[in-house]
Design a binder for this molecule. Sequence first.
Ligand code: ADP
Length: 623
Amino acid sequence: MKQFKTESKRILDLMINSIYTNKEIFLRELISNASDAIDKLKFISLTENDVRSNFEINIKVDKDNGQLIIEDNGIGMTEAELEKNLGTVAESGTLAFKKENENSEKELIGQFGVGFYSAFMVADKIEVYSKAYKSDKAYKWESCGAEGYTVTETDKETVGTKIVLTLKKDTDDCRFSEFLESYKITSLIKKYSDYVRYPIKMLVKHSKLKEGLKTDKPEYEDVYELETLNSMVPLWKKQKADVKDEELNEFYKNEFHDYEDPLKSIFAKIEGTLTYDTLLFIPKNAPFDYYSKDYKKGVKLYCNGVMIMEKCEELIPDYFGFIRGIVDSSDLSLNISREILQQNRQVKAIATSLEKKILSELNKMLEEDRENYDKFFNTFGLSIKYGIYSSFGMNKDKLKDLLTFYSGKREKNVTLKEYVKEMQADQQNIFYACGDSYDNIKNLPQIEKAKEKGIEILFFKDNVDEFVAKILNEYDGKVFKNVSDADFNIDSDEEKKDLSFKEESMKDTLSYIKDKLKDKVKDVKLSNKLKTYPVCLTATGDVSIEMEKVLNTLPNADGKIKAEKILEINASHKIADTLQELFNSDKEKLDKYCTVLYEEARLTEGLNIEDVAGFIGAINEIM
Ligand code: ADP
């Protein structure tokens, strides 16, 4: 007996003891695997001129033994594949699983698309008989659950896979035996697997009038007929009007192993120089590995109803990598290979057209369904931002209108267009403030005064936000401006005049403080930016304080990247007068004030205290 990998075992335990109410999904998972296996063999048989037909999935019921049997004549699995595919849960999920194991069962099922293992929700024992294409031996994989599994050689005539589920005994909560009833199976197939491209056949019992009866009294007999349970029309081949939302949702969940309905479905039939049908989906939640380099984007590529590629990356730009879906075109050749794909004209044309479609649908959602758009942007906004930032901003113009940022003033997300529309008459900039949480940004010293003046400030919470602003530089002619930049200025002319007057009178004090702080700051100034805070730090030059933080957290950072900082002292705060007094009466004390104020300003900007001992010493002595 072989052991399951640790992570697989945990998923298995979850399945076996599942309290998940939607146990019936196991059937769609197995059917979907069977259909994928047939897809693979059909593709090979078409490209290798191996004439093969009668692809189908068969369901059989053995009531005496409480068994449900699902058989396909797809590609089958070799001994090694049985081990690899059924002995482990999706490999890439293992690492994440360790971190995510606090999540609920429901979420796990959603995240991992536990596929085959879901059969353990309804079965005590699973036997998989499989014979791989071009292989002369067949193997049987068998498991009764968490203890482990065995793989042994077995007899099987035909290529394909047969799965035998010995169902669990009925309990108060679940009548497992119902999965042996043809009405139940029929309805499940209709519900979840109707569009599967191959016939799903089952012997179905019918009561029929006995023929050749002598009496007038009608008599019935049970006849079994092999029936095809699904309509087999691929969903994307149907007319849009004939497809219900629920069907799209079921299709999505089935095809892409998601537990939840998609946030949005896009159904399009493109005709013209280029002809293709497409069904695209935006998931509600990001796959657990979405923002990691393990994630593989791409849509399923079909040529005239035959799947030729599981994940065709060439069709989707990175920034729309979250899109799942299917593209079916008759303009492509079945023999298309990965290498050809990249230069293929049709593929390029489809990719361009798909991108346009996705863009216009997202813009439409932004206009017409803001609630869902906000959900979308919360989940995948980072992807759009990276799209703007990457390739030296090559795609920024098409993506910039999709951006939203939290507005401190409106307390909701706004687009740049909305921001500019509501700008004050004389406002020349789009103002933003950076921090690692909305709360921290809200408490930035520079924000208070701006808020009082009714100026809208965008809150930049993601590390990439400010880089996006730098790449964009402007929107609608309004240049982005960080409130922590030294030249952020919202003073009226009057205020400016008063300030320079006061600054002149304190000139010597300010220059003394600057000398005291040496290289720590580039300058010391009086400022009107602040309301209750005595001091703040601003930056001048290319590197902002936020960038200093972000860049220094990067793996190769040497801590040398520093923003050029300016210590700004609140001109209308009592501290300004105190500093002036100390300059004239007690320089030793003034030195300590300098230390404290500088470190305090660092703290409010989210920077560390530079000299902890000096800071504490200075505070103690002042007290
Ligand atoms: P998924 O389908 O999401 O990859 P599963 O756990 O359902 O995950 O299946 C794991 C793998 O086992 C599949 O990717 C496939 O390679 C293989 N497999 C499952 N069922 C079959 C089948 N009926 N025929 C051939 N291969 C299969």
